[in-house]
Design a protein around this ligand. Sequence first.
Ligand code: HMG
Length: 385
Amino acid sequence: MKIGIDRLTFATTELYLDLRDLAAARHVDPDKYLMGIGQSQQAVIPPTQDAVTLAAQAAAKIPAAELAQVSTVIVATESGVDNSKAAALYVKQLLGLSDFVRTIELKEACYSATAGLQFAKGLVALHPTEKILVIASDIARYGLQTGGEVTQGGGAVAMVVAKDPRVLELESTSVAFSQDVMDFWRPLYRSEALVDGKYSTQVYIDFFQACWQRYQQLTGATLDDFAGFLFHLPFTKMGKKALASELGDRDDQVAQRFWAVLQASQVYSRRVGNLYTGSLYLSLLSALNHGQLQAGNRLGLFSYGSGAEGEFLTGRLVDGFAAALERPDAMLDQRRQVSVAEYETLFNQHLGLQSQDCTFDLSDSQAPFVLAGQQNHQRQYQRRG
Ligand code: HMG
């Protein structure tokens, strides 16, 4: 049975920061951010948006008739809003899905959406008529004036997993690799991540090589068997570092093809920053919208989550895949640019670990799903329009 990604949509916030402005405010050469890190803009997260509202916003772009067929909602996130209750429950409610739906939240840093995809594939294999909604939703927060600040961002990617998929048929062999490593983590008492930045980039590359080399041993595949690789992109330069670890200074047709796919995959991440769980799948959407890929092309996907876990998985593009994709370019162009001062104010208004009741001003927001505040320790979500 063919099982894979049947639909792919993306949502982010209405606001962004130009990283030239951030560079000026932090007294850094802008080329460090634009070229050294490979980011030009960053999604700015108002306090009225969180992992739940962004997840609902991405999923609401899926046609209602398809949402109505969903049997299970999996929300992959490391920006959870409750220590007990699954974000997927709030999302299911906001989307107006039937109560006869299974809901669950998954966590392992940026990796867990890939686990969600694999679990969804297993469910469809057992129950071929079911459609599974996997949503990767996160807010990447490191803190003002930290080394990680330039790699912040946020948004969500929603995927429907089904048999006879319209976008990407997932193949059966994949390689997962996990080790207890302290490269990036967020203790329960913090709403900003802690990171050993340079070490984390090395662990990422080591895990990519461990997965890819084992995949080659298991399958006999080589780079020639792929149109290109897609990477988790905490910042776009990270994909370049990972691909360079494999290609070295090779400059033949295969290498040029891989570099072209990587470049096409970086377009959206460069403008929104790290989505954590959603980043790899935003790379996929970007490559499909901006690359020269065709039906039948085979893609390798490297998923990485700090802590750490990696997985190399593969898929084949399906005939007519473009019809089941969102094209978010115009949505990104329409966002409002904020100043560094406004970004800092919004950053500090984040609900975070705060226990007091509060009400947020919604007048500036056109977002279809919002967090209106907190009453009696309960988050107040609204669907508008
Ligand atoms: P840093 O110390 O600010 O930067 O840390 P740097 O000094 O290493 O410079 C960065 C690059 O800019 C270097 O290039 C410089 O040469 C270059 P590279 O050697 O890396 O190729 N550069 C310039 N280029 C042009 N013109 C200039 C200039 N100046 C310098 N004038 C770091 C950067 C990414 C480490 C930091 O931002 C950070 O800690 N970010 C957060 C951690 C992170 O994103 N890690 C990625 C791997 S871990 C992962 O992907 C998991 C994650 O998504 C979390 C999860 O799983 O949940 C993070």
